[in-house]
Design a protein around this ligand. Structure first.
Ligand code: PLP
Length: 462
């Protein structure tokens, strides 16, 4: 840090401040965690200086032997950890992993078959890069139009899906004709029969499962059946719960690896590694996934792949499985404590690492007000839309709580109960401000100072 401070004291100060911040606040953001010092050291070093476009042992740059060792290790540990046929550790983030997966599926299912037909050659191996560059523009435009004419069916953002699953402001919503399935309006659970009916109607190229804010597990056997019925590729984005898969909390029908063609994930959430992405797939898609560069990526990040290899090694240890089980125990304890103090928990509880609480319908406040008030008392979490949210994605009606980080700190059920009580106390003492039109303001609020002080003191003791 001294070295950083000599060049840029502002950056060094912000790093120290971030450390102080993370230590003095309780981190309940469901997508965050604390990576190990080993993972951080593997990431913060000279490996950042190396270019290594291509895949291990087939690079477009010289001198890649050490990066080959690192990437081979990251891939083989990922395969072992998840029982996957193929792994690709180059994706820089979860969003990139999804782009790699989308384009690999498009390439395998649309582009290559069309090229073969148009060129009259057989199989992907018969297609040299020259076939792409030499094809007359009119023919190539046929391929491009076919690529742009495909359908994606994923979980709707408002039901807990992710922006990269077909949201119109994201590339996925522009690349595909995107359709969204929702949770049931009464139970807030996925209704597989309804998804099946929608899939029959939409006939998507890709059926996408996975979420950012759904507090339940998914039945992948059922999703596979639906994909098979309509001839779709089943893709699962396990960014949020990869740690629960690695830690063997999710097994059988709840483990996507046994059922999906392509699985993507981030490496920094429940999986507790560095910020990054990973693609796992069946052999059929391996050759296409490996073309992440030049498809959508440039040079890989060798320092981050090194940290991924370290994190996957950590996740292979028995202690990680114990940790993963505790994440869910804590999440359940938190949900139960919320129900006990009278907060409205979406779907009545949780099966995984996150809990979604509706603060609007019973308390008359927005997620934005609640997030800010709780933060003032030393708890960091994020506001989140609840299914069919009347307050939209900016103000929201909900708060999303996650237990991966507090579990890493060693907290247990007693602390979850204490947190739930503090949160309840704060939320029930928020008074919304008055908007210009005389109604309730969605941002401004007041919080009883005595409640804030007491909550802050209780959080400090945790
Ligand atoms: N997929 C899901 C389900 C996510 O929840 C997220 C991030 O929150 C992403 C993808 C994107 O990950 P990243 O922020 O690393 O691009």
């Amino acid at each position: 840090l001294e070295t950083v401070a000599r060049v840029s004291p502002e950056v060094a100060r912000a790093i120290v401040q971030e450390l102080a911040d993370q230590r003095s606040n309780i981190k309940l953001i469901a997508s965050e965690n604390y990576s190990s010092l080993a993972a951080q050291c593997a990431m913060g070093n000279l490996l950042t200086d190396k270019y290594a476009e291509g895949i291990p042992h087939r690079r477009f740059y010289a001198g890649c032997d050490n990066v080959d060792t690192i990437e081979d290790l990251a891939n083989s540990r990922a395969r072992e950890l998840f029982g996957a046929e193929h792994a690709y550790a180059q994706a820089h983030s979860g969003a990139d992993a999804n782009l790699v997966a989308f384009w690999a599926i498009l390439r395998a299912k649309v582009e290559v078959p069309m090229m073969v037909k148009l060129k009259g050659v057989e199989g992907p191996d018969a297609l040299a890069p020259a076939d792409w560059t030499s094809m007359p523009i009119e023919k190539w435009n046929e391929v491009r139009h076919a690529l742009g004419n495909q359908r994606l069916l994923g979980m709707d953002l408002s039901s807990g899906g992710h922006l990269t699953h077909g949201y119109r402001l994201n590339a996925s919503g522009k690349m595909f004709e995107a359709h969204g399935y929702t949770v049931d309006r009464e139970t807030f659970l996925l209704d597989y029969d309804a998804i099946e009916r929608q899939a029959v109607e939409v006939k998507p190229l890709i059926l996408l499962a996975g979420f950012s804010a759904y507090p339940r597990n998914i039945n992948y056997r059922r999703m596979r059946e639906i994909a098979d019925k309509v001839g779709a590729v089943l893709m699962v984005d396990m960014a949020h719960f990869a740690g629960l898969v690695a830690g063997k909390v999710l097994k059988g029908e709840e483990n996507p690896l046994g059922y999906a063609d392509v699985v993507t994930t981030t490496t920094h959430k429940t999986l507790r590694g560095p910020r990054g992405g990973l693609v796992l797939c069946k052999k059929e898609f391996a050759e296409h996934v490996d073309r992440g560069c030049p498809m959508v990526l440039g040079g890989p990040l060798p320092h981050v792949m090194a940290a991924k290899a370290v994190a996957f090694t950590e996740a292979l240890r028995p202690e990680f499985s114990t940790y993963a089980h505790k994440i869910v125990e804590n999440s359940r304890a938190l949900a139960e404590a919320f129900v006990k103090v009278g907060l409205k928990v979406i779907s009545g509880g949780t099966d995984n690492h996150l809990v979604l609480v509706d603060v609007a319908s019973a308390l008359g406040i927005t997620g934005r007000q609640a997030e800010d008030a709780v933060r003032r008392c030393g708890i960091t979490l994020n506001r989140n839309p609840i299914p069919f949210d009347p307050n939209g994605a900016w103000y929201t009606s909900g708060l999303r709580f996650g237990t991966p980080a507090v579990t890493t700190l060693g907290m247990g059920a007693a602390e979850m109960t204490e947190i739930a009580e503090v949160v309840h106390e704060v939320l029930t003492h928020i008074t919304p401000g008055v908007s210009k039109s005389g109604g309730k303001d969605k941002t401004k609020y007041t919080l009883d100072p005595a409640v804030e002080k007491k909550a802050h003191d209780r959080v400090e003791k945790l």
